[in-house]
Design a protein around this ligand. Sequence first.
Ligand code: ADP
Length: 159
Amino acid sequence: MKIAVYPGSFDPITFGHIDIATRALKVFDKLIILINVHPTKHALFTAEERVEMVKATMADYLDRLDIVVAEDLTVSVAKKLGATHMIRGLRAVTDFEYEFQLTHANRVLDNEIDSIYFMTDNKYSFLSSALVKEIALFKGDLTKFVPEYVVEKMKEKLK
Ligand code: ADP
């Protein structure tokens, strides 16, 4: 069975993340979304809230999709979970430099876990969790960026 991990903050999950995850599910038997918990990065949602949002919005795929909270190095977690690859998304050229650095750093850490990049649908190429949070702060319409379940959670959080 081919297993991949898809690491990220998912704070919150957006249509861009869902687009990448569904592309990866066409290639791998099982996909594990790794919710990264950074000791120094402040997140809007707790890890548990982020897990719930991924579960609710990816409900159609839960037979082949797991969600795991990761507080360790991604390559170490990937190996423990039996994954051979990590999935990342590319929006535009601006993502490339950071992702290039990340892939090579991960290869130095563990050369057996390789990275695979999917390009998102063009209509999500500008979309990020940070942008969603900014629009939410100013009470903008989020329905084109995140699923309805996440829209509601954002409203509750920022009340
Ligand atoms: P990070 O924690 O590295 O900031 P995110 O949690 O935002 O990353 O995203 C995890 C992965 O999903 C990254 O590879 C990122 O490039 C990708 N991603 C995020 N938003 C999109 C999008 N709109 N289209 C394609 N890929 C995306």
